[in-house]
Design a protein around this ligand. Structure first.
Ligand code: SAH
Ligand code: SF4
Ligand code: F3S
Length: 435
């Protein structure tokens, strides 16, 4: 039977969220509609993440949960990075899966659904040279803050990471494609565009780089804000740094993962930057844009990490004074060089280090948020809050701001930041002058 309704669940990074949105647009173009909240869907797409063991396991436990009380089940498509990594093997672990489709093949999802109606159980984990983007429909939907993938894949091969295997080699989408999609998003109501890529700052088309692209997008009148993520320290060029001082619509926020504060560990991770080169980049960034909010990622318990190495990680956190940062326990991934390194760190040690790192990062987050109390700024309203009349939006520094307002998602409102928590700010709307 041809499915009429679908549900897509995306896990993992923002690129997966973007892919999920594109799959929804693709299925809608075929005449299917999104299942209403709480309703059963005929087709369920699990758009999975393989980055850590827990994320990958979640994919399978979610498949199991799709069996209905009467014993029937929806059509199940396993998409995303677990699909890419495991291919047809995924079905050995979860025979309920009907379709396996990788992140570079999902434009063929409608065909694969059609094959299942003829009894097929298709698997497609090709990484074709021709970009899937050409086969996707023009965009019709946008959120106030919309994602736009401009670059995919990774050639860096950090020794712990699966992304080069699940997403393939680094490619940049052509200038014109990106500009056209950005225009479509703005026409559909986007006020902010977040340019995405595993190494987004490596984006290039001929001699043009990310800074040039941002400059071009900043010309769109009703587009108010531009962000980009995730960047690699080695690709943080001077032109992009300078752009932060020159383009008012480019928001003062940079996510630049360092992973560890120890040069010995960075080398073992094959990160191709040192603590010193990373700090120099941040110094230049602060010179260009003094109020920049800095963010990062950390891995604790990489094989061979000593207490001394970990202390250096705490030191770099103190030195950078991150406005926010994410930290993870090292998770050995099959097929990556680090998984077979000697000196794997015990779970207890990892947990204890992660806790200390969390606490340290939390102190800096709170200090950063407190430093903004009393300030008047602009907030892009994104969604309703928990209380009646309350909305949640983002400050330029990407803080979540909760405040009472009659403004709607997509509005940009003048707000005074009145108090700070570790994860969010409370604001008060400035007197609104009727238009
Ligand atoms: N391309 C981006 C992010 C990729 S994945 C970058 O290089 O910054 C997001 C984060 O997951 C990484 O920054 C890293 O901190 C974490 N990560 C990746 N592989 C991991 C692993 N095997 N175990 C624990 N954390 C991992
Ligand atoms: Fe993974 Fe490193 Fe590539 Fe980031 S740069 S995606 S951590 S291999
Ligand atoms: Fe996960 Fe794949 Fe993104 S492994 S983090 S969904 S690139």
């Amino acid at each position: 039977m041809t499915p009429k309704t679908f549900r897509i669940k995306s896990f993992g990074c923002q690129m997966n969220v973007y892919d999920g949105e594109r799959m929804a647009e693709l299925l809608a173009e075929q005449g299917m509609s999104a299942a209403a909240d709480g309703d059963d869907a005929d087709l369920v797409v699990l758009n999975t993440c393989h980055i850590r063991e827990k994320a990958a396991d979640k994919a399978y436990s979610d498949v199991g949960r799709l069996r209905r009380e009467d014993g029937s089940k929806p059509l199940i498509a396993l998409a995303g990075c677990v699909a890419q990594a495991e291919g047809a093997e995924a079905r050995k672990r979860a025979p309920m899966i009907d379709i396996v489709v990788g992140p570079q093949a999902y434009h063929r999802l409608p065909d694969m659904v059609a094959q299942t109606t003829r009894g097929g159980r298709p698997v497609d984990i090709d990484m074709p040279a021709i970009s899937k983007f050409d086969a996707l429909p023009a965009r019709r939907r946008a959120s106030p803050s919309s994602f736009l993938s401009v670059q995919e894949g990774c050639d860096k091969f950090c020794t712990y990471c699966v992304v080069p295997y699940t997403r393939g080699a680094e490619i940049s989408r052509p200038w014109q494609d990106v500009v056209d999609e950005a225009r479509a998003l703005v026409d559909a109501g986007a006020r902010e565009i977040v340019l995405l890529g595993q190494n987004v700052n490596a984006w290039a088309d001929g001699s043009r780089g990310l800074a040039d692209l941002i400059r071009a997008l900043a010309e769109y009148d009703s587009l108010e804000r531009i962000r980009y993520t995730t960047s690699h320290p080695m690709d943080m060029g001077d032109d992009l740094i300078a752009a932060h001082g020159e383009i008012a619509k480019l928001m003062p926020y940079l996510h630049l993962p360092v992973q560890s504060g120890s040069n010995r560990i960075l080398k073992a991770m094959n990160r191709s930057h040192s603590v010193e080169s990373y700090l120099r980049t941040l110094e230049k960034m602060r010179a260009a844009r003094p109020d920049i909010a800095l963010s990062g990622d950390f891995i604790v318990g990489f094989p061979g990490e000593t207490e001394e190495d970990f202390t250096q990680t705490l030191q770099i956190v103190d030195e950078v004074r991150y406005a926010s940062a994410y930290s993870f326990k090292y998770s050995p991934r099959p097929g990556t060089p680090a998984a077979t390194m000697e000196d794997q760190i015990s779970r207890e040690v990892m947990e204890e280090r992660l806790e200390r790192l969390h606490e340290r990062i939390g102190q800096h987050q709170l200090a950063f948020n407190r430093s903004k109390v009393g300030m008047s700024t602009r907030v892009l309203v994104e969604r309703k809050g928990r209380h009646q009349g309350q909305m949640i939006g983002r400050s330029p520094w990407l803080q979540s701001v909760h405040f009472e307002t009659s403004a709607q998602p997509g509005d940009i409102v003048d707000v005074t930041l009145v108090s700070a928590g570790p994860q969010s700010m409370a604001g008060a709307e400035a007197e609104r002058v009727a238009a």
